[in-house]
Ligand binder design. Sequence first.
Ligand code: GLU
Length: 389
Amino acid sequence: MKFAERMKNIKPSATMAMNTKTMELKAQGVQVTSLAVGEPDAAAPLHIREAAKKAIDENFSKYTPVNSILELRQAVCHYFKRLHNVDAAPENVILTNGGKQSLVDTMLVLLNDGDDVLLPCPYWTSYPDMIRLAGGNPVLVPSTAARAFHIDVSDLEKAVTPGTRMLIFNSPSNPTGAAYSQEEMDAVLEWCLAHDIFVISDEMYSLLVYDSAPVSAAGWWAKHPESVAVLNGLSKSFAMPGWRVGYTLAHADLIKQCSKLQVQVTSHICSIAQKAAVAALDGPYDCVEEMRLSFLRRRDMAVAEISTWPGVICPKPAGAFYLFPDVSALFTPKMPDSVAVCTHLLEKARVACVPGEAFGDPHCIRLSYAVSDDVLMDALKRMKSALFA
Ligand code: GLU
């Protein structure tokens, strides 16, 4: 068959590919532990599930407005008011089929062919493909483990080009867990605005920070709505990955464009998920705090364990639920890169991880610690035996 040229610009998602591989192995009866995909182990909290059941029982199953029901957009506005003291109106909000649709739609609406997009590296594996799909050109902004994978204005100065139109900013970061302070984020945003660079702030993990309060670009959006979009979703913080609920906070004109695009592609998100999302965003938030504390405990357990692995460097992440250890000291002619390390771990330890290549850093591998304490520690012990025994 002949496929469109644009398909040459994108590759399969490494995280989802590893997840599919793990599920296939499990279906064949092979005992595999997946630390590959970023998916909370907890069930969606009970009051959220009850709201979904009620919506089903009340037959809330007709079409809704494309942006979502007003009640949900208001719940998003209340969230920003409560968390970040930012006033937003429902016309500044669109609900999307997960954070991915927020990202792609915002890029499709703003980028022209050949526009350069600054992308701090390591980056979440889907960003470069999304940028290329929208006609843009990813321009990497390297960061190092020695600086806790943070970038600053001097890094942006080195990477910027005359054709730069956008920055994708992701704090806390998937895969590194780097979380910026408000001051660090402010410096980045200030520089972007001074250079007429639009900022997409992907805040999918904003509630999952361990050493500080949640940080957001929402305050910058309130002051410069034409230059900033804030993206978030319920997959991680509310343990609802399969429900596909993401959202974009942006200028009303940008939301109108996203809506025009979305109605032709997917329409609104699932009506039942909308009612569940209202329950999630309205609270209570003690379920979020419980999950955050369990991730914090697992982070500390996992970092302590990996720090006993000779040669492996594992910076302690400040947010999200991933570890991104540098395993390059273990490379040999037989196991020359992080893909080979992950293959070895899958075959010998029956543990699935994602090679750092997929995130722009071939020295590292990514592990999710969003699994139970026992599963995590057992997997790490098996990995250690496979790598060092
Ligand atoms: N964002 C999660 C991850 O990085 C889920 C999988 C995906 O959408 O890539 O593992």
